[in-house]
Design a protein around this ligand. Structure first.
Ligand code: URP
Ligand code: ZN
Ligand code: ZN
Length: 466
């Protein structure tokens, strides 16, 4: 059935137009005024609403075996939460551990998602070991359309790679033209600092941040940039949290390193005092890199507005309270992660756009267009244009509400943003032309979401700059 979204104000990364959008067979076929739609066309009245391209979350964890447990969401629960919040595509980290076979892991992740996601999705393939067999498998995974890698410089002996493996992964990535995303913290320093703190009897969640100080993240970021420079690969720092790491990344950008930056919602809005709360309240807010001193936030907001921070993701990673309590006797055992897939758009709209610190077009760019461009989804996704997938968000800027664990859709018993006031939310959300959220209520069709296969997006050909 055809769909007409009528009377809204279309906002993209670079334009603002009052026009109607006509959709047939999953794609946008016309944008204009005074349509006479064929009988049977479904009409959504968007008068007084904004119409955004479907938002893309470039960093989520759904199936995740990690820290002796598993993250809580399924692809059904996470994608439902995503859609309610206006996210129509997510990119999940496919993270087999170092002891697992990369291709087996990739197939497991694909099977977990297939037929269960309500929205579209893709994967970043984690390289957690590098040897000849893994290299052959990575080539096959890229041929299958998963054209971005993930490396961890933290989590030694589990997800973490050695410098030699990092070099080899980036060399392969440069040859294949795929972008490499990276968790940048110095694993060795973290291990040493953790042991020293525990030996002093410092076991509570408030010690998580001191065990991974800002300098440890800045070192990881600078090292990643150096390895990109020497291999000619293109990189993307995930969840950059603080001013020293930002300086290291921007310094690299300025000297021509092909490096992009993601920050995630918790680092813009929460700070380390949340993790310093007593017991389980603090544990809820343990993630890595940790929530930082609040003085870092103005730098993150202004770098985002300036486009130096390219994208905003969530690092959605839900562990419930029982799981968080695994770390009762040692902060090193608290499963790292905070959920957020449902709330990213509303929080960044409220605390960025409405507060006047983030231009509305940069908001669309950082949360949709630039993730689409960096990860090979554009122009199919990330914009509103004839020929693009009809992934659309009709957004009510007059809505007023409060984030609450009682009304959330993600499969978890807490919300790190519980009680945050929001000014705006999606009323209607479509995935390739099918309405999945209507009047703020989930009406999704199970299995609507597809794996989006992508082409390599970086310059092809290895190049050694050093
Ligand atoms: O604390 C976090 N970020 N948990 C998820 C794993 C990761 O490092 O992204
Ligand atoms: Zn990470
Ligand atoms: Zn993550």
């Amino acid at each position: 059935m055809a769909l007409l979204i009528k009377g809204g104000e279309i906002i993209t990364a670079d334009s603002r137009t009052r026009a109607d959008i006509f959709i047939e067979h999953e794609t946008i076929t016309s944008i204009g005024l005074d349509f006479y739609p064929p009988p049977g066309t479904e009409i959504i009245d968007a008068t007084g609403k904004l119409v955004f391209p479907g938002f893309i979350d470039p960093h989520v964890h759904i199936h995740l075996p990690f820290m002796a447990t598993f993250a809580k969401d399924t692809h059904a629960t996470a994608s439902k939460a995503a859609l309610i919040g206006g996210t129509t595509t997510f990119i999940e980290m496919c993270c087999p551990s170092r002891n697992e076979d990369a291709l087996d892991g990739y197939n497991t992740w694909k099977q977990k998602a297939e037929g269960h996601s309500f929205c579209d999705y893709a994967f970043h393939m984690a390289v957690t070991r590098y040897d000849a067999a893994t290299e052959a498998q990575l080539r096959e995974i890229v041929r299958d359309g998963t054209t971005s890698f993930k490396v961890f410089l933290a989590y030694k002996n589990f997800f973490g790679v050695t410098d030699e493996e990092l070099f080899n992964s980036l060399t392969l990535a440069a040859e294949l033209g795929v972008i490499t995303t990276a968790h940048c913290e110095n694993a060795e320093l973290i291990g040493q600092l953790q042991q020293a703190l525990l030996a002093e009897g410092k076991t509570g969640p408030e010690w998580h941040e001191p065990s991974r100080p800002e300098a440890v993240e800045a070192e990881g970021t600078a090292r990643f940039a150096t390895f990109l420079e020497q291999t000619g690969a293109t990189g993307y720092v995930v969840h950059l949290s603080c001013a020293p790491a930002l300086r290291a990344a921007v310094e690299a950008k300025l000297r021509g390193v092909k490096l992009h930056i993601e920050s995630v919602v918790p680092h813009f809005l929460l700070d380390k005092t949340y993790a310093e709360r007593e017991g389980i309240e603090g544990m809820k807010h343990v993630m890595s890199p940790p929530l930082r001193d609040k003085r870092n936030q103005p730098a993150l907001w202004s770098a985002l507005q300036a486009g130096l921070i390219d994208t905003v993701g969530t690092d959605h990673c839900p562990f419930d309270l029982e799981q968080k309590l695994l770390g009762t006797n040692a902060f090193t055992q608290i499963p790292n992660g905070i959920p957020g897939i449902e709330d990213r758009v509303n929080l960044m709209y409220t605390y960025g756009v409405k507060r006047g610190v983030l231009d509305i077009h940069r908001f669309v760019d950082a949360l949709s267009t630039r993730p689409a461009k960096l990860f090979g989804l554009f122009p199919r996704k990330g914009t509103i244009a004839v020929g693009a997938d009809a992934d659309l968000v009709v957004y009510d800027p007059e809505y007023r509400g409060t984030i609450s664990v009682a009304t959330q859709h993600t499969n978890n018993d807490y919300n790190g943003f519980d009680g945050f006031y929001i000014e705006g939310r999606p009323t209607h959300v479509t995935v390739r032309g099918k309405v999945q959220v209507r009047n703020g209520v989930f009406v999704g069709e199970p299995g609507r979401g597809h794996l989006i296969r992508r082409e390599p997006q970086c310059n092809i050909g290895a190049h050694h700059a050093g």
